[in-house]
Design a protein around this ligand. Structure first.
Ligand code: HEM
Ligand SMILES: *[C@@H]1O[C@H](CO)[C@@H](O)[C@H](O)[C@H]1NC(C)=O
Length: 359
């Protein structure tokens, strides 16, 4: 009896590794898990050159990620009419969905991606394209995780309803309820908000377009969690605007959403928020896990083709987590009982301003 069990284990182990090394060599010489993924290599090269300005983590990469979220979150576990999730409806039914207030500015991203979505319509649905572009865009940001990508979303059948995308002026309860309705608990929400480490706002205060949410908008790091937790005092433009909270006095130019301000301090979410201070491995891992779920909302991902290995490998992080010059550890607001945030050292020197993300 006992002698047999290692053999069984060995057999299973070799089967498992055989499955893992399964690959095909594409006509262009590149290797991937499935021949159906082969066309993606050329599409990704085109996106990198012509959409992402040669592989940058700039405005186009940021807005590709935002678009993937606004498309996917059009979904409810309980209301089948809320939307088809990550189905590309935000593109296919753009005339409807871009009029929703929460999609302010999404028309710009759609205009930028339209030539590519149309050009590849025989190869990819809009739903697949939007998730692919987000994964490729994020891969351009140093320190980012390599996001998963699955191929095979059918065409969108109907637009998502208004109200599925959260708004920055909403209460924590309203925001958590909306995410919960789509299947994301509060820990998952805070993990997904790592996205705001590579983000800026154009529409909260139109006098300061491209105002970043942290001092390192080209780097996927935990500065977003750290800086949103610091005491506020100033606005980048004419604030306070609707959905805006004040940013630290020593980070002039930075924009803080009221929703991020509240989630960083609310008793339900503060521990998740502060747990990411300097914990960038876990931050990357949790974001990647929740993004994989987001990209599959409303979709039969188990029966789709896993093309994750076509996504470029991101560069490692550049800097170390820190407090910006001029901040003190006592400027951190919000307390997680029993678990104080990890100690951070302020940068030496005098405060520097945070330049906008160019369009
Ligand atoms: C509490 C939920 C959320 C709220 C209230 C929210 C709200 C906003 C707002 C108001 C902006 C600025 C838009 C503008 O003025 O141009 C923004 C930008 C952005 N959001 Fe969110 N967001 C949320 C969650 C998410 C999630 C889950 C993701 C992705 C997984 C995401 C990705 C982004 C990105 C990448 C940008 C920057 C776009 C750019 O720089 O072009 N957001 N968000
Ligand atoms: C996309 O599909 C068209 C039509 O089937 C084909 O000619 C073209 O080579 C495909 N593009 C890529 C990048 O594979």
């Amino acid at each position: 009896m006992y002698a047999k069990s290692p053999i069984v284990v060995l057999t299973l182990a070799s089967l498992a590794s055989a499955a893992l090394v399964r690959h095909v060599i594409c006509p262009n010489g590149k290797m991937t898990a499935n021949a159906a993924c082969c066309p993606l290599f050329d599409i990704i090269d085109d996106l990198q050159q012509n959409l992402f300005d040669g592989g940058q983590c700039g405005e186009d990469a940021h807005s590709a990620l935002r678009l993937s979220f606004h498309d996917a979150i059009g979904y409810s576990l309980y209301d089948p009419t809320a939307g088809g999730g990550a189905d590309g409806s935000i593109y296919t039914f753009a005339e409807t969905e871009t009029n929703y207030p929460a999609n302010d500015g999404i028309d710009d991203v759609i205009a930028r991606q339209k030539p590519f979505i149309d050009g590849y319509q025989n190869n990819l649905t809009a739903g697949d394209f939007i998730q692919l572009a987000a994964a490729v865009g994020v891969s351009n940001c140093q320190g980012a995780p390599r996001l998963a990508f699955k191929l095979g979303r059918p065409k969108a059948r109907f637009p998502a309803k208004d109200g599925t995308v959260p708004e920055p002026f909403q209460s924590v309860t309203t925001i958590l309820d909306r995410f919960s309705d789509a299947g994301f608990d509060k820990g998952a929400v805070i993990a997904l908000l790592a996205s705001h480490t590579i983000a800026a706002a154009d529409k909260i205060d139109i006098t300061v377009p491209g105002a970043p949410f942290d001092s390192t908008p080209y780097s996927f790091d935990s500065q977003f969690y750290i800086e949103t937790s610091l005491r506020g005092g100033t606005y980048p433009g004419t604030g306070p605007n609707r959905g805006e909270a004040s940013a630290p006095w020593n980070l002039q130019g930075e924009m803080r959403l009221q929703s991020d301000f509240l989630l960083a301090r609310d008793s339900r979410t503060v521990c998740y928020w502060q747990s990411y201070f300097g914990e960038e491995d876990r931050m990357r891992y949790d974001f990647k896990s929740q993004m994989a779920r987001l990209a599959c909302l409303g979709q039969d991902c188990h029966n789709m083709i896993d093309c994750s290995d076509v996504i470029p490998e991101p560069k490692p992080p550049a800097g170390k987590p820190h407090l910006p010059a001029g901040s003190l550890p006592s400027d951190v607001e919000g307390t997680c009982p029993g678990t104080p945030p990890i100690p951070l050292t302020p940068d030496p020197g005098s405060p520097t301003s945070v330049p906008p993300v160019p369009p």
